[in-house]
Design a protein around this ligand. Structure first.
Ligand code: NAD
Length: 489
């Protein structure tokens, strides 16, 4: 079905998914779901109490110990995960409509980037499930020694608002492949696809209690997960601020954690780059998901001799980016996911202007249907130590800085506290390898941006966190090694 036929879904009240059943939160508390393209309340979901979390963890623990998933032969788990991928593809329209309504993503974007990518993730992890094995160790002891890779037990997955389905899939698919049970807490602003996914798990045949979803608006709910004695590992994606809280709590509770945190990537454009690929790449890095993208590129570092050519071409290209209703198939950029994100972007642009920045385009809201729209914005003339450059703006805003040589470009790229994604544009292959090796980031793109795939690991360095998602490395996050040594005496 073409995207043009997609209508905004009508929502039933969202309930908690615990132990294979749907239920209201204790006290029937609910929170509102807001359509960011209109600001209207379009539904409600349950607002879980700590007692609901306790029920979800107990169900996950019981399911893990029962073994109907954790001890299932890996090949059978793989078949079920493949069914999840198949059902996601069958229900692509439904999932696209939910994700676009909830986050404000254009339907032409959420189809490939959010939904089909998530299906690919489950398919990829279905294959990975069958690769979990140990190894025999050669030792001078009179013993037979080998290793086993075992699931942690109950994984607490805490996910952010901006890519709800993909980032949940990045955690749930490998965690399930390894045989864990899960308690998933999606972000309060965008909880819908986590519930849709739970229904798919049920249909695919994942046993009751193996995946549980608790929606809730209180930070205390997430904090209760960190402290919960029956949650064995926390997989977190979100801000660096909350990541620090999680790391502190993990220190107290000695719980293994993986942290996918904020980013503030830069695209370096050398004078020898091919502008035909540079400009679309810069646009992608700034307007992708309305700039609410941890792996976005809100900083442009351009060699001084070509600054005017690049900026002129960029400004011309930005006039062709259609901003508007996410359900219009011609839209390339929708609203911000919530009004507070819009206000945050306004704050950073004002700070940029205060510190001497000049807005070349945008710099204001787009008034449309009461939605939370902000125009693609380019700011030049900002100092490297200004907050708009150093901090995570998380909107469709690009700052432009120049450099004189390769060494300065590398210093500028590495100069923020973050280290998630970085990139460069050059036609010089030696320079591509040389610079890529010196950029402080978990992933480096050359001559494009945001090329992501379930097979390619990603994650951060510095304040962008630790741990890796995607690739076979993801399995390391959801398994632990046990050594078995059998005396031959
Ligand atoms: P956030 O940190 O505010 O919230 C993330 C999740 O943590 C939500 O589910 C939230 O309810 C929960 N939470 C909030 N306070 C908590 C607490 N005290 N204890 C436990 N859980 C708590 O992030 P956000 O605004 O939803 O998402 C945007 C941020 O996420 C940006 O910084 C972005 O860069 C980052 N992000 C990183 C990646 C990555 O892969 N590295 C991907 C997407 C987003």
């Amino acid at each position: 079905m073409p995207e043009a036929a997609l209508a905004r879904p009508v929502l039933k009240p969202g309930q908690l998914y615990i132990d294979g059943g749907w239920r209201e939160a204790a006290g029937s508390a609910t929170m509102e779901v807001i359509d960011p393209s209109t600001g209207a309340v379009v539904g409600t979901v349950a607002d879980a109490a700590d007692s609901d979390l306790d029920s979800a963890v107990a169900a996950a623990r019981t399911a893990f110990e029962r073994g109907s998933w954790s001890r299932l032969p890996a090949r059978e788990r793989a078949r079920t995960l493949h069914r999840v991928a198949d059902i996601m593809r069958e229900r692509v329209d439904e999932l696209v409509a939910i994700e676009s309504l909830d986050v404000g993503k254009p339907v032409t974007f959420s189809r490939p980037v959010d939904v089909l990518n998530s299906a690919d993730q489950f398919e990829y992890c279905s294959a990975l499930a069958q690769t979990i094995d140990g190894s025999v160790r050669d030792t001078p002891m009179n013993a037979f020694a080998y290793t086993r890779r075992e699931p942690h037990g109950v994984v607490g997955a805490i996910t952010p608002f901006n890519f709800p389905l993909v980032l949940s899939s990045n955690k749930l698919a490998p965690a399930l492949a390894a045989g864990n049970s899960i308690v998933h807490k999606p972000a309060p602003d965008t909880p819908l696809s986590a519930l849709a996914m739970a229904a798919i798990f049920e249909e695919a045949g994942i046993p009751a209690g193996v995946v549980n979803v608790v929606t809730g608006g209180r930070p205390a709910l997430g904090e209760a997960m960190l402290r919960h004695p029956d949650i064995n590992k926390i997989a977190f994606t979100g801000s660096t601020t909350v990541g620090r809280i999680i790391a502190s709590s993990a220190g107290q509770n000695l719980k293994p954690i993986s942290l996918e945190l904020g980013g503030n990537g830069a695209q370096i454009v050398f004078a020898d780059a091919d502008l035909a690929t540079v400009i679309p790449s810069i646009v992608k890095g700034m307007v992708f998901n309305a700039g609410q993208f941890c792996m976005g590129a809100p900083r442009l570092l351009v060699e001084a001799s070509i600054e005017k050519d690049v900026v002129d071409a960029l400004l011309a290209e930005l006039t062709h980016v259609p901003v508007g209703d996410p359900f219009d198939p011609n839209t390339a950029m929708g609203p911000m996911a919530a009004e507070r994100h819009l206000r945050n972007v306004e704050k950073y642009v004002a700070l940029g202007i205060e510190s001497g920045g000049v807005v070349l385009t945008g710099g204001e809201r787009l008034e449309l249907n009461g939605g939370f729209y902000y125009l693609p914005t380019v700011v030049t003339g900002v100092a490297n130590n200004s907050r708009i450059v150093q901090e995570e703006v998380f909107g469709p805003v690009l700052t432009v800085q120049t450099f004189r040589d390769e060494a300065e470009a590398i210093v500028l790229s590495n100069s923020t506290p973050y280290g998630l994604a970085a990139g460069l544009h050059t036609t010089n292959i030696a320079r591509a390898h040389r610079v890529a090796a010196q950029l402080e980031a978990g992933i480096v793109w050359v001559n494009d941006w945001a090329m992501l795939d379930p097979a390619v690991p990603f994650g951060g360095v510095k304040s962008s966190g630790y741990g890796r998602e995607n690739g076979h490395e993801a399995l390391d996050e959801y398994t632990r090694t046990k050594s078995v040594v059998i005396s031959l005496g």
